[in-house]
Design a protein around this ligand. Sequence first.
Ligand SMILES: Nc1ncnc2c1ncn2[C@@H]1O[C@H](COP(=O)(O)OP(=O)(O)OP(=O)(O)O)[C@@H](O)[C@H]1O
Length: 260
Amino acid sequence: MTDTQLNNATPKLSARGVDVFYGQKQAIKDVSIDIDMEHVTAFIGPSGCGKSTFLRTMNRMNDTVSSARVTGDIRLDGEDIYSPAMDVVQLRARVGMVFQKPNPFPKSIYENVAYGPRIHGLAASKGDMDGIVERSLTRAGLWNEVKDRLTDSGTALSGGQQQRLCIARAIAVDPEVILMDEPCSALDPIATAKIEELIHELRGRYAIAIVTHNMQQAARVSQRTAFFHLGTLVEYGRTSDIFTNPRQERTKDYITGRYG
Ligand SMILES: Nc1ncnc2c1ncn2[C@@H]1O[C@H](COP(=O)(O)OP(=O)(O)OP(=O)(O)O)[C@@H](O)[C@H]1O
């Protein structure tokens, strides 16, 4: 069994031999990993090691960076996401993303959630849309806090509520994968705990990959951990093994706080 195939669950996203370049500079070197629905996968590693760059290859967010070039193979349910036939707008609905800083639209709470389903034609009526909005906000653990103020601006919510609104927005278009890029780094400990709880609840329904600087958070929310260093995937395994019994010296040095 290779590291990449540790999960016996069927992979949702499968990356093989992925390299990423920014101009001449190589930021990701030959990374292979599977992401599945049953295990939350945490990406850890020192600043600048390529965690965010790699995460962004999985829904082609790097397309928005003109100097970025991605090679290798990334498949969503076996389908090559870099194929010219892939509709990138559809892909980003199927592989949603939550960013470091909550970024709701300057629109109402309702509209923040309804926007995606509307452009993707997912609701045939106002009743359908109301149902999607309620379901998404409920799943994101926010419904009870906002159900009486759906017309208020999304930007008027607290940071933690805004981040849950962004998760509801991603959920609203019925994604298969949710990528989270340090989703709690701008939040206080209570709001962070709510997002972590939410990640537990979403596990199994979506394949989730999360970049985090916080090793305790990786240990709390994930079942699989990938340790990156200098653009390479040094070690991938069960989170409990990575934190208690890493095989690589570099992983051990990082988790014991020797660098990073
Ligand atoms: N848009 C860009 N243009 C050029 N180089 C970039 C760009 N984005 C990232 N890089 C470089 O690619 C490397 C990996 O960066 P990346 O942000 O993916 O790392 P990271 O592990 O997520 O870091 P951090 O934990 O600090 O967010 C770094 O050397 C960074 O300077």
